[in-house]
Every structure is written in C-alpha cells, then in structure tokens.
Design a protein around this ligand. Structure first.
Ligand code: FES
Ligand code: FES
Length: 171
C-alpha cells in the first residue's frame, strides 16, 4: 500500500485549476479534466460512477477503497489521480466479464464471506493481488496479505476460508 499522506486543503487557485489526463480503467481509456489534488477514489466514484471502491476512513486505514494499480492493491484514497496515467487500474467493476462473476467473487458468495458487504470489493481485490503474486499462500500469508483490509462486521473467518479454497483451486 502507498504510504503517502492525505492531501492538504486546497488553495483557491488549486481548487479551480484543471489538468487533462487519460486514465485506463478496466481496459477502457477515459479522458478527464480534473483538479490535480483529487484522489483516484474521488475520480472513480464522482466522475466515472465506478462506485465499487468505497470511501471508508479516507485516511489509508481501512482498505474499503482498494483498487489494483498495475496489479498491486492500493488505497485509492491515498493516490492522486494525476499519478495514474500510464498505469493499469482495475476496479471491482472490471472483474466481471460478460455478466459472469470472477472466480474470487463466486467463491466469496459460496463461502458467505461477507455480511454488510461494504468492505467486500476491497477484500476481493486485495485477495486477487495476493493470489496473482502467490497462488498458494499459507494461512499466515493470507492473513498478512489481507491485513490492510478491515471488515468491521467480522467476516474474517469466512474470507480466509474463501481464500484457502481459491488457493486449493490454483494450478
Ligand atoms: S477509504 Fe481508503 S483506506 Fe479507508
Ligand atoms: S462485510 Fe461488513 S465491513 Fe466487511
């Protein structure tokens, strides 16, 4: 996860200045004109209606805003959108193909690995990043890989069970 700090309040000039950028999100390019200080989370949700990434703490503590940046799980509340041109961004909306859930999503459903679901997009993407790096994680590696994503309603045992099941299915 990036360790950059949340942005400081904008000056009047910064608040009105716009920068043109192209973001590639879920394999689709988007040309945008944005204030340079806006976070990737804000742009995803407010400009592109990609609301799967959730605003939780917006301080880099909870993981509800997790997306993949070049395959790595990042807190989109701590990433400025202007840092992202040239990188591949994947949100939870990008995992579903032709109306079919991704196997990680299917397995979360099968294992009932959620309660309220607010953290679930971030949990799914954090697990995808983990399994893409390490297809056969141990329980410790699962716990460490998912440690940046908090589930306040306590679905951790089922999330770990889903992760174990997915690890067993990997070639
Ligand atoms: S909303 Fe980004 S880490 Fe909590
Ligand atoms: S399922 Fe409720 S916060 Fe995670």
């Amino acid at each position: 996860m990036p360790d950059s700090m949340p942005a400081l309040p904008a000056t009047p000039d910064e608040a009105t200045r716009q920068t043109r950028i192209r973001l590639t999100i879920n394999d689709t390019p988007h040309d945008l004109s944005i204030a340079p200080r806006r976070t990737l989370l804000e742009v995803l949700r407010e400009d592109l209606s990609l609301t799967g990434a959730k605003p939780g703490c917006e301080m880099g503590n909870c993981g509800a805003c997790t997306v993949l940046l070049d395959g790595e799980a990042v807190y989109s509340c701590l990433v400025l959108a202007i840092e992202c041109p040239g990188h591949t961004i994947t949100t939870i909306e990008g995992l579903t193909r032709d109306g079919q859930l991704h196997p990680i999503q299917d397995t979360f459903v099968q294992y009932d690995a959620l309660q309220c679901g607010f953290c679930t997009p971030g949990q799914v993407l954090a697990l995808k990043s983990l399994l893409d790096r390490n297809p056969h994680p141990t329980d410790d590696e699962i716990d460490r890989g998912m440690a940046g994503n908090i589930c306040r309603c306590g679905a951790y045992p089922k999330i770990r069970a889903a992760a174990r099941a997915l690890a067993r299915q990997q070639p």
